[in-house]
Write a protein that binds this ligand. Structure first.
Ligand SMILES: CC(C)(COP(=O)(O)OP(=O)(O)OC[C@H]1O[C@@H](n2cnc3c(N)ncnc32)[C@H](O)[C@@H]1OP(=O)(O)O)[C@@H](O)C(=O)NCCC(=O)NCCS
Length: 150
C-alpha cells in the first residue's frame, strides 16, 4: 500500500484514526470475525470544492490473509461502490501498485477499468513497482446537475 511494514509499525494510532475519519459521506466498511476487523474498504470524497464533488477515491482495501478468497473483499468494495453512487458520485477512482493480480482481478470483476499507469512509482526495499490507475463510472443516467461546472 506504499509503505513498508516497519514504517507502518512506527505510525502512531492517530495516523490510523485519521484514515478512518474522513467527513461524511466518506465511509469505511468493515467485516468482523469474533470482534476483530478482518477486511476493510474505504470510500472518500477528496474535496469539497464544487468542481470535484462528483468523484470519490476507493482506498484501504484489504482482507486479512486467513480470510481471503471468501468474497469479503468483493462484498465490501461493492458496498463502498453502492454507497458512493447512491450518494451522488459520478466516478470512483483507485490506484493499485502492480503486479497485484488478485486486487486487479477483484476490481475488474466489479467493472473498474484501467485508466493509465505511473512507471516505477514506488521503491520498496530496492524493488520498483508501477502504479496503475483504475476507475468506475456510475452507470445511472446523469441528472441535470451532474455534468459541467456545477
Ligand atoms: C486483494 C484482496 C483485497 C482480495 O480480498 P479477498 O477478500 O480475498 O477477495 P475476494 O475473496 O472477494 O475475491 C474476489 C475476486 O478477486 C479476485 N481475486 C482475489 N484474490 C485473488 C488472487 N490471489 N488471485 C487471483 N484473483 C484473486 C478473484 O477474481 C476473486 O473472485 P473469485 O474468488 O470468485 O475467483 C486481498 O488479497 C488483499 O488484502 N491483498 C493485500 C492488500 C491489497 O493488495 N489490497 C489492494 C490494494 S489496492
Amino acid at each position: 500500500m506504499g509503505t513498508t511494514l516497519d514504517e507502518e509499525l512506527q505510525q502512531p494510532a492517530s495516523f490510523f484514526h485519521s484514515q478512518l475519519s474522513f467527513a461524511a459521506p466518506s465511509r469505511v466498511f468493515g467485516a468482523f470475525s469474533e470482534g476483530e476487523l478482518v477486511a476493510a474498504a474505504g470510500i472518500r470524497w477528496p474535496t469539497n470544492h464544487a468542481s470535484g464533488k462528483h468523484k470519490t477515491i476507493l482506498y484501504g482495501v484489504q482482507t486479512a490473509p486467513a480470510f481471503r478468497r471468501q468474497s469479503l473483499g468483493r462484498r465490501l468494495v461493492r458496498q463502498a461502490v453502492d454507497h458512493a453512487f447512491s450518494s451522488g458520485c459520478l466516478r470512483i477512482y483507485l490506484y493499485v501498485y502492480v503486479p497485484n493480480p488478485g486486487a486487479v482481478s477483484l476490481y475488474e470483476s466489479l467493472g473498474f477499468v484501467s485508466s493509465g499507469a505511473e512507471p516505477e512509482e514506488l521503491n520498496i526495499d530496492g524493488h520498483y513497482y508501477d502504479l496503475q490507475y483504475m476507475s468506475l463510472r456510475n452507470p445511472a443516467p446523469l441528472g441535470a446537475g451532474d455534468r459541467g461546472g456545477g
